[in-house]
Design a protein around this ligand. Structure first.
Ligand SMILES: Nc1nc2c(ncn2[C@@H]2O[C@H](COP(=O)(O)OP(=O)(O)OP(=O)(O)O)[C@@H](O)[C@H]2O)c(=O)[nH]1
Ligand SMILES: [Mg+2]
Length: 267
């Protein structure tokens, strides 16, 4: 996809408040010592924004691959090895799990070691799990969490332990949607508001990718799924639209098994 088209897709998918949030981010960064980026473990590439490296400058950064329980464990291990090789601090967690939350706190403490206090910003694309990560870090529910993109809008500070203060922003890094592949992946992991994509198209693109990468996979295509689940209108016509919504819900929730949509580059 051309640069112009990618920009157009970004504009179509994301309301104005996110563009404003991105501009404000540069300003917010002045008060920040440590940067935590949250990305869904199923999309380590499409789910991160390469512009963040520049934005973070010399500040220590931690990459949190969230919802690790939904990603393919071997692929996650390969991604972590890749980051380790590049000396990028990263961990994969289910931040809703006690053990995951504890590992997350430990990793951030490690990043803050040697400092008497540190101000932390938690960033990520819509619905990446930023508020969930903040709640895990704070050890209690301080940030609002919802199963849809764009919930957190105002900046808030939270204390996490003695030394750390955490900013929950409007969150939001605009994802870099630079290909049709990135589009369906971001839709599947819930980074795109539901009204802004065609579920049938996303389901079809997912299954095409699946056949190319794992020809033996037993995961049904949308048509088969719709037939077998009895998504019918007026008794006979297959109701593809509602079937596609159900298909994407199951895929997103991991009902078709653990999957990662992007392979780690070979070392
Ligand atoms: N099990 C599990 N669920 C998660 C994890 N991270 C996020 N979720 C779920 O994903 C959904 C979105 O999480 P949020 O923390 O609200 O995401 P956010 O990045 O703050 O979203 P916005 O503020 O809307 O951009 C919620 O239903 C969370 O419970 C995780 O690591 N494990
Ligand atoms: Mg949030």
């Amino acid at each position: 996809m051309s640069r112009a088209l990618a920009d157009e897709a970004t504009i179509q998918w994301y309301p104005g408040h996110m563009a404003r949030a991105m501009r404000r981010l540069t300003e917010d960064m002045r008060a920040i010592d440590l940067v935590v980026e949250v990305a869904d473990a199923r999309v380590p590439l499409a789910g991160t924004n390469p512009a963040l490296a520049r934005l973070a400058g010399k500040r220590p950064r931690l990459l949190v691959l969230s919802r690790a329980q939904l990603a393919d464990p071997e692929t996650t291990a390969a991604w972590l090895a890749y980051y380790r090789e590049r000396e990028r601090a990263a961990l994969a967690v289910d931040a809703k799990d006690r053990g995951g939350a504890a590992r997350l706190r430990e990793a951030l403490e490690g990043l803050a070691s040697g400092r008497r206090s540190a101000r932390v910003i938690v960033l990520g694309i819509p619905n990446a799990g930023k508020s969930t990560a903040i709640n895990a870090l704070a050890g209690r529910k301080v940030a609002r969490v919802e199963d849809r993109a764009g919930v957190t809008r105002a900046r808030q500070w939270f204390r996490a332990g003695e030394r750390l203060e955490i900013m929950d922003t409007a969150g939001i890094l605009v994802p870099k949607i630079d290909s049709a592949q990135a589009q369906w992946k971001l839709a599947v992991v819930g980074a795109v508001p539901r009204a802004r994509f065609d579920p049938e198209d996303v389901a079809a693109r997912f299954h095409r990718w699946l056949l190319e990468t794992q020809p033996e996979s037993p995961v049904p295509d949308l048509e088969t799924f719709a037939q077998s689940r009895g998504f019918l209108r007026r008794g006979t016509i297959v109701d593809m639209h509602n079937a596609a919504a159900a298909y994407l819900k199951e895929l997103g929730d991991g009902a078709f098994g653990r999957m990662t949509f992007e392979e780690a580059p070979l070392p």
